[in-house]
Each structure stands twice: as structure tokens, then as C-alpha cells.
Write a protein that binds this ligand. Structure first.
Ligand code: PXG
Length: 294
């Protein structure tokens, strides 16, 4: 009897220490594949269908054939959680091009590899929800939309990792990337929002920002709360002089940004609009209607 996590690989379960894939897997060799980071709260997988839709959209865009239906994928995620007795979890769903040989031609990989890990995550710095995080606008530009587009949640995260390295070196909690024209795109694993005069502004996906599932939930909340949202290009100046700013993401949820490149944003404390959205977002994730029951 083992208490080890059971990891799903291609329809079978393996204890964490034995959950391995081939070194010839093109996900490993070339970052060729797609993934999702998903959360389960209190026995409900938050927005599971939306995450799986995005996974399949990304796979379609990179011509990766996922060898199971969306419904089967939903079931596989749920079953992995059940197997691990997990009610609150961070789920990493990975579909790689699969095992091939050396040489990047995807035709060498006959079948995609599907991996589901149900574990936990803690990426928020300290008590980030109360104090907010510090951020650095880095020189690392978001991948251009006509390059390795960030719209596909691909296994190639070097762009984000480069940004994160710069933030680490500068002693900032998080990195913010600009797009090719110098407008703000997003964080390295989060979407970004600013608040000015009680209204919310956020960059368009044409900046290469991922169409975040958390950001979508927050936008719907704003609609419900009658908070005006404008999707528009944001400059560094607009961030520095905002009343409030916050990130959204599956891992981060909604987290205030208190400082960017050493400029204090607003009061330097979580502002009223951010706080309101944090409270309301907690209700959204607690509502079983917003996910799939385990
Ligand atoms: N932008 C990027 C580049 C992301 O990778 C988001 C925005 C937010 O999207 P969602 O759909 O999660 O609201 C992401 C998501 C991690 C980690 O390990 C990263 C993400 C999700 C979960 C964990 O740092 N990125």
C-alpha cells in the first residue's frame, strides 16, 4: 500500500516515483505539446470544460491529434482526482506530440502522450492576497502573435521562464511582459488588469496574452457587478499611474499588484475594486455550477 500520488499516463496509473515518459517524447525534446493548469475546489473542478476546450483548440492549432474525445478527457481528469482522493487540487493536464525519434518532424510521433497530474501548487509569494505582489516589467517581450503564439498554451514556456528569471534577479515577485510595440501583454502565467477611476482596463489578446479562464470569469463578474471594463492597449505609464492593478490566473487566482518597477501603484495596498473582485471570485469558485463534480 502506498500513499504516493497516482499519475495518469495514456490511460494507466503509475505511482509518482514511477510515472515516466520516454526521453524521445517530443514534448521533452522540443516543447511540442499543449497543457492546462486547472484547479479543483471542494470537490468541483473549476471550469473544467473550458480548460479542456482550450486544450483542444490549442491542439488543433498545432495539428496535434488528441487520441481521446473531450468527454473522455473530462472523465479521465475526474477519475484521476477520485483515485487520489483529492477534493482540492491543482491539476496539470499535458498532451505532448508523443514519442518519436531525433529530428523535430512531428510525423515521427505516431501517438500523442496524455498525462494528468493531480497535485497541489503554491506559487503565491507569502501572504500575497493581503499585501499584493511586486512586479517587474521585463525586457523579455511576449512571443509575437505570428511567432510561437502565446494564445496556444504550449509546452514551450521559455519566454515566460526568461521573464521570471529577470523578475527573480530584480527581487520582484512576478514579471510583466510587453508585446512587440511596447504595450503591456500579461504576466508570465497571469493576465493583467488595471483600475482607473473605478473602471477596469485590460490588454487585448492581440498582444499575445493568453485568453485566461480566470480572466474570463473576472470579466463576467465585472459585468454582473456593473463595473465598466475596457479592453485596450496599456502602456507602462498607465500601469505606474493606475489606482489599482491585479493579476488573474488559475494558480494566482486574483492577486493585487502593489508595485511595478519600484513604482508604488495607488495606495500600495489592495484597492477597493480588487478587494471586491477577490471576495466575489471566491464565491464564483465555490459555486458547483461553475465546474464539474468529482
Ligand atoms: N497567461 C499565461 C501565459 C498563462 O500561462 C494565464 C495567463 C492565466 O490563464 P488561466 O486560464 O489560468 O486563468 C496563464 C496560466 C504556473 C501556472 O505553474 C501557470 C498558469 C496556470 C497555472 C499554473 O505558473 N498559467
Amino acid at each position: 500500500m502506498t500513499n504516493e500520488l497516482q499519475i495518469y499516463i495514456d490511460g494507466k496509473y503509475y505511482p509518482k516515483s514511477e510515472a515516466k515518459i520516454s526521453v524521445y517524447d517530443h514534448g521533452f525534446l522540443y516543447g511540442d505539446g499543449v497543457f492546462e493548469g486547472i484547479r479543483a475546489y471542494n470537490g468541483v473542478v473549476f471550469k473544467l470544460k473550458e480548460h479542456i476546450d482550450r486544450l483542444y483548440r490549442g491542439a488543433h492549432a498545432i495539428m496535434l491529434n488528441i487520441p481521446m474525445s473531450k468527454e473522455e478527457m473530462v472523465q479521465a481528469v475526474v477519475e484521476t482526482l477520485r483515485k487520489n482522493n483529492m477534493k482540492d487540487s491543482y491539476i496539470r493536464l499535458v498532451v505532448s506530440r508523443g514519442t518519436g525519434d531525433l529530428g523535430l518532424d512531428p510525423r515521427k510521433c505516431p501517438k500523442a502522450t496524455v498525462i494528468i497530474i493531480a497535485d497541489t501548487i503554491n506559487i503565491k509569494a507569502g501572504n500575497a492576497s493581503e499585501t499584493g505582489v511586486t512586479a517587474l516589467i521585463t525586457w523579455v517581450r511576449r512571443n509575437p502573435v505570428d511567432g510561437t503564439t502565446s494564445e496556444v498554451k504550449s509546452l514551450n514556456y521559455l519566454n515566460s521562464i526568461m521573464g521570471k528569471l529577470e523578475a527573480n534577479a530584480a527581487g520582484a515577485d512576478e514579471a510583466i511582459c510587453l508585446e512587440q510595440n511596447g504595450y503591456i501583454a500579461e504576466g508570465v502565467g497571469e493576465n493583467i488588469f488595471i483600475v482607473k477611476n473605478g473602471e477596469i482596463l485590460t490588454p487585448p489578446s492581440s498582444t499575445g496574452a493568453l485568453e485566461g479562464i480566470t480572466s474570463d470569469a473576472v470579466l463576467k463578474l465585472c459585468d454582473k457587478l456593473k463595473i465598466k471594463v475596457t479592453v485596450t492597449n496599456l502602456t507602462a505609464y498607465m500601469l505606474f499611474t493606475a489606482d489599482e492593478a491585479f493579476f488573474t490566473g488559475t494558480a494566482m487566482e486574483v492577486v493585487p499588484i502593489r508595485e511595478a518597477n519600484k513604482r508604488v501603484i495607488g495606495s500600495g495596498k489592495p484597492g477597493p475594486v480588487t478587494k471586491k473582485l477577490m471576495v466575489e471570485f471566491k464565491k464564483v469558485i465555490a459555486d458547483p455550477a461553475n465546474g464539474v463534480q468529482i
